[in-house]
Design a protein around this ligand. Structure first.
Ligand SMILES: [Zn+2]
Length: 658
């Protein structure tokens, strides 16, 4: 191919990829399969490799690139990013409305209500339709140049369909399930967890190495564009046409009563969103009206933020005890006087570590404010010091492990105190329990109480021993009858054939969470391949860093671990990928599930599809072969019908798997 042809082809591929990025990341309506997308992408990469002089910064291949930065450059904002006046209660909200009405001399105002996403405010600048600079809000006047990192966010267009100069502002956020996943991984990796999605998003945007940012699936909602339109809503709708992601829940509200209704609705409905919001933003819709109202020295007069109260409660710490995790980490836990919080009864709160307790000056018998964010374990926000009586007791970290008595150790520079005794029964129990959890080998009927009994009775010393258990062993234990013992034996036997990624995760390798386990399972067919894997080879897998590679290779080279895995293999546990499995009746077929299933959970159904050679997917496209509609199917059903995709019932799906 000569240069002119290559240039044409490259331009065509980039256009196609931009188009599909927009459909996938902004509209959530992919038109092609991931495999076809990868093909386009690889074709572009190859061409650019042969013609490096044709690579431009707005190529989709350049989203993650460049060397880590030494520091951030400072950017001066074209117009300052002001913060909004907070209306904390109903009265202040009515006050805001009164001031606006007086300022404009009208009885009723058209407002636009928006969800206040709990993320990081950023500005994107486009010159002649090309993304040139992205910056943080900073102090409002100067921000940090984080262009490299923002480019990794696929819902941010690198090129616009029009060659215009434009500035847009938005909120970068981490979706809630990604936040939970990230914290799970950090827990596995013994790294400190993020307190909330905002901190996680801010940390990712302010990374000096864009490769790290790229591993965090950040997203954005644009809430402002400097376009010459009559109303704020018009300018947002136009921004949408230009390819930006605008929140779908933005609503025009005529008069303050409608604003109040909107606020009331989202106060409870926010629990169902896939991202965290901490309030509502109210703006005057008409841009000429906005201009007329102008600004105070700190904030616009035409906008206000209504903040929701955080989900908090006050209670008393009755005791502080430490827990020993399966990695030996010692975590202090506050035992609370039970209190209702966001719909559940809370009895415990994590205190993270020794430094955290000192920093917050938390003592036994203190009155404290506890806070819960979604599914995360509640935490103690602060002590109500006015309520102290002088009888509070300072907590001291124990010197020895409360379980095995071994001396505890806190490495210099680390926050976590550890029990280093590998034979510590708390760690052994933790490892066995981890192996049995739903996300791992999913062994039903084997929970904390039973693992505790089994280890204490010396019936089980490690995970391989589980498969040697016999019914008569269990019958010796308290609380066991013929039937309950048989149930345990059956569920252990059923766990022998779990997908390979779940097996890897179940081994409890340090730094290997569910995500890393699935990356490994995609790359390696069996545990034998992993025995051979060298650190350098592992590092080449995208998403696996040097620390993880080191931990994996060390785990599989240790004699004891190899022995344990051999024992599992001998017991009949599958230690390889499903590819080698028998019939593959769903081979090459793509399935999308919508609505509730009767005989299994959605993750189980997706695992079943995978194990039979098919691909589960979360969104419907023309490439979908079957949409399985359960009870109360969602919008995916309508989409399937529109695209002419075959829709089947759960029963029909089960027939296909036979
Ligand atoms: Zn111990």
């Amino acid at each position: 191919m000569d240069k002119a042809d290559a240039k044409k082809k490259i331009e065509k591929l980039r256009k196609e990829i931009h188009h599909h990025d927009h459909h996938y990341y902004v509209l959530d309506k992919p038109e092609i399969t991931d495999a076809d997308y990868d093909k386009l992408f690889r074709e572009l990469q190859d061409l650019e490799k042969h013609h490096p002089d044709l690579v431009t910064p707005d190529s989709p291949t350049q989203r993650v690139g460049g060397e880590p930065l030494k520091s951030f450059k400072t950017v001066t904002h074209k117009t300052p990013l002001l913060s909004l006046d907070n209306a904390m209660n109903e009265e202040e909200l009515l006050d805001f409305d009164r001031r606006v009405r007086e300022g404009l001399g009208r009885e009723k105002i058209e407002y636009i209500c928006e969800l206040k996403i709990d993320g990081l405010a950023i500005t994107l600048t486009y010159k002649k339709g090309k993304f040139v600079v992205g910056s943080t809000r900073g102090d409002g006047v100067h921000g940090e140049d984080v262009t490299h990192n923002l480019k990794t966010i696929k819902s941010i267009p690198l090129v616009l369909p029009e060659e215009i100069d434009l500035e847009v502002r938005g909120e970068v956020y981490l979706p809630y399930d990604e936040f939970v996943k990230l914290n799970e991984e950090r827990e596995e990796a013994d790294e400190p967890k993020f307190a909330n999605p905002r901190n996680a998003a801010a940390g990712a945007v302010r990374q000096l190495d864009p490769k790290i940012t790229a591993t965090r699936p950040l997203d954005i909602f644009v809430y402002y564009a400097d376009l010459p339109h009559e109303t704020h809503l018009d300018s947002l709708n136009y921004a949408k046409k230009l390819g930006f992601k605008v929140n779908p829940n933005i609503k025009p509200c005529y008069g303050i009563e409608e604003v109040q209704k909107y606020i009331k609705h989202w106060e409870t409905a926010r629990e169902k969103l896939k991202y965290e919001i901490d309030g509502i933003v109210i703006k005057v819709n008409n841009l000429a009206d906005q201009k007329k109202l102008g600004f105070t020295s700190r904030a616009p007069r035409w906008a206000a933020a209504f903040k929701y109260p955080p989900m908090q409660a006050v209670t008393i710490i009755e005791d502080i005890q430490v827990q020993v995790g399966r990695t030996g980490a010692i975590t202090p836990v506050a035992h609370l006087k039970p209190v209702h919080l966001a719909g559940v009864m809370v009895k415990r709160a994590t205190l993270h570590n020794e430094d955290e307790i000192k920093r917050k000056d938390i003592r036994i018998h203190d009155h404290v404010i506890v806070q819960r964010a979604g599914e995360v374990i509640p935490e103690v926000v602060k002590v109500v010091k006015e309520k102290r009586t002088g009888h509070e007791k300072t907590f001291h970290m124990p010197k020895t492990c409360p379980v095995c008595g071994a001396e505890l150790y806190r490495p210099e520079g680390e926050a976590i105190t550890r029990c280093m005794n590998a034979a510590c029964s708390a760690q052994i129990k933790g490892n066995i329990l981890h192996f049995c959890t739903r996300q791992a080998m999913d062994i039903e009927h084997v929970g904390y109480a039973l693992v505790d009994q089994l280890v204490e009775a010396k019936l089980v010393k490690n995970i391989a021993d589980l498969y040697k258990l016999e019914k008569k062993d269990l019958l010796k234990l308290e609380r066991f009858a013929e039937k309950s013992a048989q149930n345990v034996i059956d569920s252990i036997a059923q766990s022998k054939d779990r997908p390979f990624d779940r097996f890897i995760y179940a081994l409890g390798i340090r730094l290997v969470g569910r995500h890393v386990a699935s990356l490994l399972a995609r790359q390696y067919d069996s545990v034998d391949d992993l025995f051979e894997a060298k650190t350098g080879e592992l590092e080449k897998i995208q998403g696996i860093g040097p620390k993880v590679a080191e931990a994996v290779s060390r785990f599989f080279s240790e004699k004891e671990n190899r022995h344990l895995i051999e024992e599992l293999r001998k017991a009949g546990v599958r230690v390889k990928a499903e590819k080698a499995r028998g019939p593959q009746p769903l081979k090459g077929k793509t399935f999308v599930f919508t609505g509730g299933l009767e005989t299994m959970t959605r993750p189980e159904a997706e695992d079943l599809v995978r194990s039979l050679g098919g691909h589960p997917s979360s969104s419907v496209s023309k490439e979908t072969d079957y949409v399985v509609a359960g009870t109360e199917p969602g919008s995916k059903l309508a989409k399937a019908k529109k695209l002419g995709v075959t829709v089947i019932s759960e029963k029909e799906f089960l027939k296909l798997t036979k």
